[in-house]
Design a protein around this ligand. Structure first.
Ligand code: PLP
Length: 286
């Protein structure tokens, strides 16, 4: 892969940042991940919107506008030579030259990189569906980081993941403070019941893939609503799937050792998965 750092394009192995950077010390950073398929970006505008929205909320400034960032991302992909890439733009608070505790003294640091595309789910898991555990050990606190700012803080999600591994599952969903389903490590979740889709409304990252599911549903006349999703609703669903830039729409066929959709990938999930990948060839969606 290739990274852009301090105004230069370098191999990933040379892309290094100081341990004094507040991104490392305080998780004071925002980022966004977009993917490239067959050499084409998918929904880059939406990723840029979210990234620049995060920068604004965090009062970080970078010396590039949207077009400038898009150009750097395109260059990283071209130089890396990957036709299917996982592309990251990120900005940290940076380090303060005087070790000041005043964030205004830090020099914000923009970076970007392109590496080979790696999915949350492998080919076999995409075919048979993922085994997921709902972790009730960890709950998203009520006054956490603004979930609309895409951030590296994953303490609760990683603890949920270990809890899931302990129980023989492949990945985790964690709950919000009220005990409703929130999200997982790097993905949002959808349930289908009687032909209608629901996904957790609050306390979750507004995923671009989640948004894409809403757009696909609008196109084919399926109902999809953001609302509270209880654990009972999840377990009782006809179909469940998770969504992420790193993997697209991915089926779930087991939750806490119980089959969903009789342990098979359901028809709504299959249809949305196919449509999702079809849209990658449609310039209107790039
Ligand atoms: N939720 C969390 C916590 C994430 O980190 C991510 C992506 O990394 C998502 C959801 C999915 O968002 P998107 O579809 O934009 O990749």
């Amino acid at each position: 892969g290739i990274a852009f750092l301090d105004g230069q394009y370098v191999p990933m192995s040379q892309a290094k940042v100081s341990v004094l950077d507040w991104g490392f010390l305080h998780s004071d950073a925002t980022h966004d991940t977009v993917h490239v398929w067959n050499g084409r970006f998918f929904r880059l505008d939406l990723h840029l919107d979210r990234f620049f929205g995060g920068l604004q909320k965090l009062r970080m400034t970078i010396p590039f506008d949207r077009d400038g960032v898009a150009e750097i991302l395109h260059n990283c992909v071209a130089l890396s030579g990957h036709r299917a890439a996982y592309v990251e733009m990120l900005c940290t608070r940076g380090a303060s030259p005087t070790f000041s505790r005043d964030p205004r003294q830090a020099i914000n640091r923009f970076m970007a990189f392109a590496v080979p595309f790696g999915s949350v789910a492998n080919a076999e898991q995409l075919q048979r569906g993922l085994r997921v555990a709902v972790s009730d050990k960890v709950r998203l606190p009520p006054a956490s980081i603004d979930p609309a700012i895409k951030n590296y803080h994953w303490l609760d999600l990683v603890r949920g993941l270990y809890d899931a591994y302990d129980r023989g599952a492949e990945t985790a969903l964690i709950l919000d403070f009220n005990g409703n389903v929130a999200e997982g490590p790097g993905f949002n979740v959808f349930c289908a019941k009687d032909g209608r889709l629901s996904t957790p409304a609050i306390g979750v990252l507004p995923g671009i893939t989640r948004r894409t599911v809403f757009d696909l549903c609008a196109e084919i006349g399926l109902s999809a609503t953001a609302m509270n999703v209880s654990v009972v609703t999840l377990r009782d669903a006809d179909e469940v799937f998770i969504t992420s830039t790193a993997g697209g729409i991915m089926p779930v066929t087991e939750i806490d050792d119980a089959d969903i959709a009789h342990g098979k990938v359901g028809p709504i999930t299959s249809r949305l998965m196919a449509l999702y990948w079809q849209k990658h060839d449609d310039p209107a969606w790039s």
